[in-house]
Design a protein around this ligand. Sequence first.
Ligand code: NAP
Length: 226
Amino acid sequence: MDKTALIIGASRGLGLGLARQLSTTGWQVIATARDPQRATELAAIPGVRVEALDITDAAQVDALPARLAGVTLDLLYINAGIAGPQDKAASAATIDEVGQLFMINAVAPIRLAEAMRPLLNPRTGVIAFVSSIMGSVETGPGMGMSLYGASKAALNHLTRSFVAELGDTTLTVLSLHPGWVKTDMGGAEAPLDVETSTQGLAEQVIGAAGQGGHRFIDYQGEPLPW
Ligand SMILES: NC(=O)c1ccc[n+]([C@@H]2O[C@H](COP(=O)([O-])OP(=O)(O)OC[C@H]3O[C@@H](n4cnc5c(N)ncnc54)[C@H](OP(=O)(O)O)[C@@H]3O)[C@@H](O)[C@H]2O)c1
């Protein structure tokens, strides 16, 4: 039977790439975009169902499970993220910049996972949070973009709390680093293209089904230090 994925934040970049990747391997893909009218590349993927969602809009997040009633998710892939004020030192950022960065990258993904959890296949479901190697407390410092890295470290921390509260479950949770990838966020000088990264990411999420537990890995499955 076809597997079903919900990809959050798929209008462009890695989310769009993963939607293409899973769709061509026979998955049913439901993908969200803040503004579906502008997500023309996403809408052009055959069979993809597009839903409107701003991950910071609590009312939209709370309404999503009802909109998808009857769907069983094999994969919930939370990709939405921003770089934030990357040209600024943490101490120079404004309260609005910090609030937006941490809300989008760390808090909203957890709220979304909590809301969508009842729709996941209880035995083999996978919840993937898109993190970053920059969020590793051990290896991230010194790589630049410290405020962004701190937001992904916060995501990792909140994800571990989320997993602790799951209790006894065979759901699998992944915190994923896509590699440094040529996207609007990654920039043109990044060594990886979207296809290479999303091919690897797709292999990781497909292979994780039924394994249980929580791992922080990159797109090639290499374990990363927290
Ligand atoms: N590229 C890299 O090298 C790299 C490395 C490590 C980790 N990552 C992570 O990978 C993920 C994807 O990055 P990317 O490079 O593909 O970035 P991107 O090209 O900038 O795309 C970001 C995506 O997130 C969506 N998004 C942003 N804010 C949102 C919100 N409030 N609600 C819903 N969707 C929202 C965007 O939608 P709109 O089109 O509506 O803005 C877009 O679809 C991010 O979490 C990023 O932190 C990227």
